[in-house]
Design a protein around this ligand. Structure first.
Ligand code: M6R
Length: 605
């Protein structure tokens, strides 16, 4: 939930640290801070401010030269978003600085103990306990910051990425992680630590993975990774496949709009080389035979992709599928065994609830086949197999292209299971694959309707609420449309299954309530049913915006999408819903890429 960056090397540290923070700001943006090691043995230079990174930047007029530093952009958990609670936190001498992402669950007891030992606290954060603990441990270990970090990590409960710097050794930064992301960027005469690779992608494409409970100790020219016992571990290197321009706005007003327009490519990249069957390299680690049920676990938008996946897997692979909110699944001790296939879906690969739900299922023997967009993140690392989506970096907090590629991944898995289980004929398989291959160009066609749709959306900017209706795979599409509108427009929005309307939700309809109807394929039985639902709400005063591949006479506004296979419709129908949410956010004066109270990657419970 917070963005973390560390730099040590030949450059003036402020520049790569600030650049990293700009790229990581999507992770949290209620305060930001930087600590630089300027002069050996002297207190660190530190600046931190509540509010977005811009607030901090406006104070950085005279910054001393330093060649190492750490920076943090925060999504508050313990302690409000104030200057004092912003990271970095310092020890009492001001020579040791620490930044943290995650939650230290035992911070209260640690704080009481540390206060008894004479430490003075300046913030309400859980993090500050760790810096004092680290300070004592460092003294105990004769100034060895890495040894101190290993000892401290053993005393912490909860989740954390930690980075620390001490002015006695200005060129050294020590990091650690547990259930929270941290990657190493390997440069030439400079090295980086960050929450994700976008922070240093402009400088190096060489990265190292860090595992659970590992401590990393970097200088400009050296990297040492150990476990908490101090054993040196082999380095797991990988190359980053995208470049810096992918993490920039490239002329678009917002990242979200850029990412909406990137969807044809993201879908094409995710399909490439996979429609004839999944590469055996992908499925090598997992036995997909003899499965008795499938459980999909995810949060938010990824959960909606899972719901669509359920329709496809049940139909094409003839197997029962449960789709579970990860936060609910993990605490209710559900029945799961070695014949259960668990599919966690996660863009970031770090969502705490999804990770914990997956670990629970694994502990019961389940086979885990992850869908993920982030190479080397924790969820794929802990899975038996992973189907990577190729959406590229998604920076806007609201998920768009990652969702479309998650849908594609679910169709590919459903096709694969259908083939393995012999429930899908090759003619059916080929027909679906033919439709999948056409999706990138059909999304392009939908994108041609963006400008008129933006104008239409503005008409509803004063609406108190907006409702979304769908049936079959149109139902999760409606849920996704409502979630997008809530998170971006801060507006009441609900998604309903068309058939559920008369069981309660229809009471919400008032004169002028905008209702978006995600129409099933025209000519189908479900399209007739939805047309009746539309009549029901229209008769009660609703204004109908229909999305579909034909014309609905009762619609006040019709948004046409190309026809496709009925199960693939969400890939096209959700694009106008993303645009509606995007435009509504602008019309209501909201921050599109960084909506209030949210963060991109939810690495805390
Ligand atoms: O990284 P994940 O896919 O695991 O994230 C799950 C949700 O937090 C995420 O989809 C969230 O709902 C989006 N911001 C919605 O646009």
């Amino acid at each position: 939930m917070c963005g973390i960056v560390g730099y040590t090397g030949k450059a003036t540290a402020l520049s790569p640290v600030l650049e990293g923070l700009r790229r990581l700001e999507y992770r949290g943006y209620d305060s930001a801070g930087i600590a630089l090691a300027v002069t050996q043995g002297e207190p660190l230079w530190i600046e931190k401010r509540a509010g977005k990174l811009g607030n901090l930047e406006s104070t950085l007029t005279t910054v001393p030269d330093a060649h190492s530093g750490i920076g943090h952009t925060r999504w508050a958990t313990h302690g409000g978003p104030t200057d004092r609670n912003a990271h970095p936190h310092l020890d009492n001498e001001g020579k040791l600085a620490l930044i943290h992402n995650g939650i230290i669950e035992n911070y209260v007891e640690l704080r009481e103990e540390l206060e008894k030992r004479g430490h003075t606290f300046k913030s309400e954060t859980d993090t500050e306990s760790v810096v004092h603990l680290l300070s004592d441990a460092r003294k105990k270990h004769g100034g060895d910051l890495a040894a101190a970090m290993r000892e401290v990590c053993s005393q912490l409960r909860g989740s954390f990425t930690l980075l620390a710097i001490h002015s006695d050794e200005p060129g050294r930064i020590v990091g650690a992680r547990r259930n929270s992301p941290l990657v190493v960027g390997v440069g030439d005469g400079e090295n980086f630590l960050a929450s994700d690779v976008s922070a240093f992608i402009a400088h190096t494409k060489h990265a190292l993975e860090l595992g659970q409970d590992e401590v990393v100790d970097i200088t400009a020219t050296n990297i040492v990774i150990t476990n908490l016992e101090g054993d040196i571990l082999p380095q797991k290197a990988y190359e980053i496949s995208w470049d810096a321009s992918a993490a920039e706005r490239g002329g678009f007003e917002h990242f979200m709009l850029k990412e909406i327009y990137e969807q044809p490519k993201a879908v094409a990249d995710t399909l490439i080389g996979r429609t004839a069957g999944l590469d055996p390299e992908i499925t090598a680690g997992i036995n997909l035979e003899g499965i008795s049920k499938v459980v999909i676990i995810a949060c938010g938008t990824a959960f909606h992709a899972g719901l669509v996946g359920k329709y496809a897997i049940e139909k094409w692979a003839n197997i029962s599928v449960d789709v579970e909110l990860a936060s609910e699944y993990r605490y209710r001790e559900p029945s799961v065994d070695g014949n259960t296939l668990v599919i966690p879906i996660s863009q970031s690969g770090e969502t705490m609830d999804t990770l914990m739900a997956m670990r629970y299922a694994r502990s019961k023997g389940a086979r885990v086949f992850a869908v993920c967009n982030t190479n080397g993140s924790t969820i794929p690392r802990e899975s038996d197999a992973v189907l990577y989506t190729h959406a590229g970096p998604e920076i806007a907090v609201a998920s768009t292209k990652a969702f479309l590629t998650q849908l594609i991944a679910m169709y590919l898995i459903a096709l694969h299971l259908g083939t393995v289980r012999g429930s899908l004929t090759s003619a059916e398989h080929d027909e679906i694959v033919g439709h999948l291959a056409e999706l990138p160009s059909k999304i392009e066609q939908v994108l041609e309707t963006v400008e008129p749709l933006r104008a239409l959306t503005r008409q509803f900017k004063e609406a108190a609420s907006m409702l979304f209706l769908g049936r079959h795979v149109g139902f999760p599409t409606a849920l996704e449309g409502a979630l997008k509108l809530k998170e971006l427009a801060y507006m009441h929005a609900e998604g309903f299954a068309g058939g559920e309307l008369k069981h309660g939700p229809i009471a919400l309809i008032d004169q002028g309530t905008p209702v978006v109807a995600v129409m099933p394929a025209f000519g189908s039985l479900l399209a007739e049913k939805m047309a009746s639902n539309v009549q029901e709400v229209k008769a009660r005063g609703a204004i109908i915006i229909a999305i579909g591949d034909g014309d609905l006479p009762s619609a006040d506004h019709m948004i046409r999408i190309p026809a496709t296979h009925p199960f693939l419709e969400p890939v096209l129908a959700v694009v106008p819903l993303q645009v509606i949410a995007y435009e509504m956010a602008i019309a209501r004066g909201n921050d599109v890429d960084q909506p209030r109270n949210l963060a991109k990657s939810v690495t805390v419970e």
